[in-house]
Design a protein around this ligand. Structure first.
Ligand code: CP
Length: 304
């Protein structure tokens, strides 16, 4: 019953992270390697997705595998009341590996315990999005030449943002300095601030987002305020347009600064930033293909 799943970034050592990034570099050189011919990848998206689902499915296709699954749980028997356990038990009897996104925190861990095949967490509620973190690390390393000793500014929804939580955990291996920029309502949760303190990771916090605050950043990691995570819509309305990065704000930033965003964006990055060479979010999403090829091969024990 036990298989090698990819559930949480916390499960990965520094060496494992670096090894996956090396494999992803090989896939960037040549994404088309038919090492999964005859394999079937299950793609179960109980929550909406563009980048994660399509890059996992593209990765499977470029590796020579076939894909089964759904992009809308409304078309699955979950609507008839089928449990997650039963769904996973069924699909794991058809597929060789399953990439799954689910709204419940812990759903991926649970699925990995009942599945006959590896589960890859493609996002579980506000908890983790570890394949996103791997592509974030890949993008940081590629643009900065290193993961070590960088100043990383996390901006926006630091409360519900699973991508910033996973990135913070992963960066503990690489001596970062963080600046947390959020409105009070979306402040980085205490458990992550405590995590930084316990791991001697320096951080500052501010509600201000301006030229002065971003002047020394190596990476600005923008996030969307996620309407789907709020139970009270009035709370969302209060903070939805809290910050907006504009091209003018980048005039005095470091030469090698890069702007990342897991996407989708709404208003938090103005369109006029897109043509600035410091904007990297579309390339970042493209890097997801190479990283996800590496992850699928890794959980299936396939070396390239
Ligand atoms: N970054 C990310 O998870 O995007 P999608 O929701 O489109 O998959």
């Amino acid at each position: 019953m036990k298989s090698k799943s990819f559930v949480s970034i916390n499960d990965l050592s520094r060496e494992k992270i670096l090894s996956l990034l090396e494999t992803a570099e090989k896939f960037e050189e040549n994404p088309n390697r038919e090492v999964l011919k005859g394999k079937i990848v299950g793609s179960l998206f109980f929550e909406p997705s563009t980048r994660t689902r399509l890059s996992f499915e593209t990765a499977a296709n470029r590796l020579g595998a076939s894909v089964i699954g759904f992009s809308d749980a409304a078309t699955s028997s979950a609507t008839k009341g089928e449990t997650l356990k039963d769904t996973i038990m069924m699909v794991s009897s058809y597929a060789d590996v399953i990439a799954m996104r689910h709204k419940l925190e812990g759903a991926a861990r649970y699925a990995s315990e009942v599945s006959q095949v590896p589960i890859i967490n493609a996002g579980d509620g506000a908890n983790q999005h570890p394949s996103q973190t791997m592509l974030d690390l890949y993008s940081i390393k590629k643009t900065q030449g290193t993961l070590e000793g960088l100043k990383i500014h996390l901006v926006g929804d630091l409360k519900y943002g699973r991508t910033v939580h996973s990135l913070l955990h992963a960066m503990r291996h690489f001596n970062p300095t963080f600046c947390f920029i959020s409105p009070d309502e979306l402040r980085m949760p205490e458990e992550y601030r405590l995590f930084c303190k316990k791991n001697n990771i320096p951080f500052t916090e501010t509600t201000e987002f301006n030229e002065e605050v971003i002047a020394d950043a190596d990476i600005i990691y923008m996030t969307r305020v996620q309407r789907e995570r709020f139970s009270d819509i009035m709370e969302y309305e209060k903070v939805k347009n809290c910050y907006r990065l504009t091209n003018a704000m980048l005039a005095n930033t470091k030469e090698n600064l890069r702007i990342l965003h897991p996407l989708p964006r709404v208003n938090e990055i103005a369109q006029d930033v897109d043509d600035n060479p410091k904007a990297y979010y579309f390339q970042q999403a493209q890097n997801g293909l190479y990283v996800r090829e590496a992850i699928i091969c890794d959980v299936l024990g396939i070396n390239i």
